[in-house]
Design a protein around this ligand. Structure first.
Ligand code: SF4
Length: 210
């Protein structure tokens, strides 16, 4: 239904795992179009790689990622994350870890919460982790799939139980929910009459999750 309405979303819009990790951190609290400007700055200077970022002076990194907002905090966090990845042997070495251990490793890094960690694991490592964001929570709660009090973990549990554990499916499903949230399921005055999610799909029935 959503796929028919919006078409394939081709996420994550990045050229490789390094760019996915960098983008996942930069996209916190900002629109993707701002992240694209920061990524373009890094790309134009051939700095869009974790080993390069780990070695960049903070002042230079701040300048390149300024369009993504919170640039002082994000540049510190990005440099710390890039350094930790390199010191751990790089993404290929980290990829040898099982998904729970890998997720825990990323969650231990400063400024990496569940949404960022799961985005990195899903898009850069192709692990079957369903990413939850504000759009997903809003849509899920409005339809009664999730309890009003449902948090990140409860929402992730719900979607994980509903879907085959397929990274490509999780990728597409999440991207379609983001499109739905941006274009129809707005915080105020949701555009239900024209929404492609009407009528409610039979495959996902209301089932509140605590
Ligand atoms: S806009 Fe669409 S997704 Fe949001 S509540 Fe209405 S029908 Fe549901």
């Amino acid at each position: 239904m959503l796929l028919k309405a919006f078409g394939p979303q081709h996420w994550w819009p990045a050229e490789g795992p390094d760019e996915m990790v960098i983008g996942a951190l930069l996209t916190q609290n900002t629109a993707w179009k701002n992240v694209e400007k920061a990524l373009a700055n890094l790309r134009n200077r051939k700095q869009l790689a974790l080993p390069v970022i780990a070695g960049l002076p903070l002042s230079e990194l701040e300048m390149q990622i300024k369009p993504a907002g919170f640039f002082r905090q994000k540049s510190r966090r990005l440099k710390n994350l890039a350094t930790a990845i390199i010191e751990s042997g790089g993404l290929e070495q980290l990829a040898r870890q099982e998904t729970p251990a890998l997720r825990t490793w990323f969650l231990r890094q400063q400024g990496v919460g569940p949404e960022t960690a799961d985005s990195i694991l899903l898009y850069a490592f192709k692990r079957p982790l369903f990413v939850i964001d504000a759009y997903t929570l809003r849509i899920g709660k409005r339809h009664g799939w999730l309890a009003d009090s449902a948090d990140y973990a409860a929402a992730q549990r719900y979607f994980t139980l509903q879907l085959e554990p397929d990274p490509d499916l999780f990728n597409e499903f999440h991207a379609l929910l983001v499109q739905l949230g941006k274009n129809f399921c707005r915080p105020r005055n949701p555009f239900c009459e024209k929404c492609p999610l009407q009528p409610l799909p039979e495959t996902i029935q209301p089932q509140a999750t605590p």
